[in-house]
Ligand binder design. Structure first.
Ligand SMILES: [Fe+2]
Length: 282
């Protein structure tokens, strides 16, 4: 179901949403303020370092970290409970807190949340694996307004070649001298990233979609008004999505191995590889 590009939705329930979040965690989050500079789109929590970034007021770091750690722990346990096949192999990525009202938010084009896009991470290539995210609307009063469009099979068929898939498919493979050099520099601590052709395309596709007025205007649109306390799971590299309004949402990301999917053929990397007639994700 998730792999086909559906949102898995858990309505608010007494005591919490799909999983309970203690009131003191909600209270700590709603008291948190976010750095409005464009460099920090959200407040991030890195479970592997147990650290937060993106705060205006650094004195909030301890309280915010504790609250985000608790959300992260509960979201991961909830997801693992309903998706054990994925959990056996997934990589835990960051959690984030989106505290700023999305309606009317001023961001550079490629960072705008109100334009439909599929996700790709500049600093964390996935090599054909997939981005699964668990969102919870932690606002006590405000719904979160989402827009989605037709999922990756239809999106790729319509737009991947227009966006330059063939050019990206011709990028060097993992054995090339250029990529080997990037890996050496990365190993020395330099801020360079070795990307597969798939990762390079998806990063480009994210920006291309946001900049494409024709796609934004004419693609199919499905609206979701997600009430306070609700939780939803979605592969955000499969489902084009945009956020039109709302504030105070939590999110936990995991990177799901392509090998653990129920149907590997549904992975965006598999779809693009079929179109390109070659492997793209190594
Ligand atoms: Fe996104």
């Amino acid at each position: 179901m998730l792999e086909h590009g559906n949102l898995l939705y858990f309505p608010p329930a007494p005591g919490g949403a799909g999983f309970p979040i203690p009131p003191e965690v909600i209270a700590a989050l709603t008291g948190t303020t976010q750095d409005a500079r464009a460099i920090h789109k959200n407040i991030a929590y890195k479970p592997n370092k147990d650290a937060v970034s993106g705060l205006v007021d650094k004195s909030q770091a301890g309280v915010t970290r504790d609250a985000m750690r608790e959300y992260s722990k509960r979201a991961l346990a909830f997801m693992a409970g309903i998706l054990p096949e994925y959990a056996a192999q997934w990589k835990v990525d960051y959690a984030s807190f989106r505290s700023i009202e999305e309606r009317g938010r001023k961001l550079p084009l490629t960072k705008r949340n109100d334009l439909l896009h599929v996700d790709a991470f500049p600093t964390r290539p996935v090599f054909g694996d997939m981005i699964l995210r668990c969102f919870t609307n932690v606002s006590p009063s405000q719904q979160r307004e989402w827009l989605t469009s037709d999922p990756f099979p239809a999106l790729a068929e319509r737009e991947a070649r227009n966006a330059g898939l063939d050019r990206y498919a011709a990028l060097p493979g993992p054995d090339s001298a250029k990529r080997a050099a990037v890996r050496v520099l990365h190993g020395m601590g330099l801020p360079v990233v070795d990307r597969s052709p798939y990762d390079a395309f998806m990063l480009h596709f994210h920006d291309w979609m946001k900049a494409n007025a024709e796609y934004q205007k004419n693609c199919s649109k499905y609206r979701f008004d997600l009430p306070p306390g609700s939780t939803w799971l979605v592969f955000t590299d499969v489902v084009p999505h945009a956020v039109l309004g709302g504030r105070l949402a939590m999110e936990q990301t995991v990177i799901v191995s392509r090998e653990s999917l129920g149907d590997r053929a549904l992975a965006p990397a598999s779809i693009l590889e079929r179109m390109a007639g070659k492997g793209l994700a190594a």
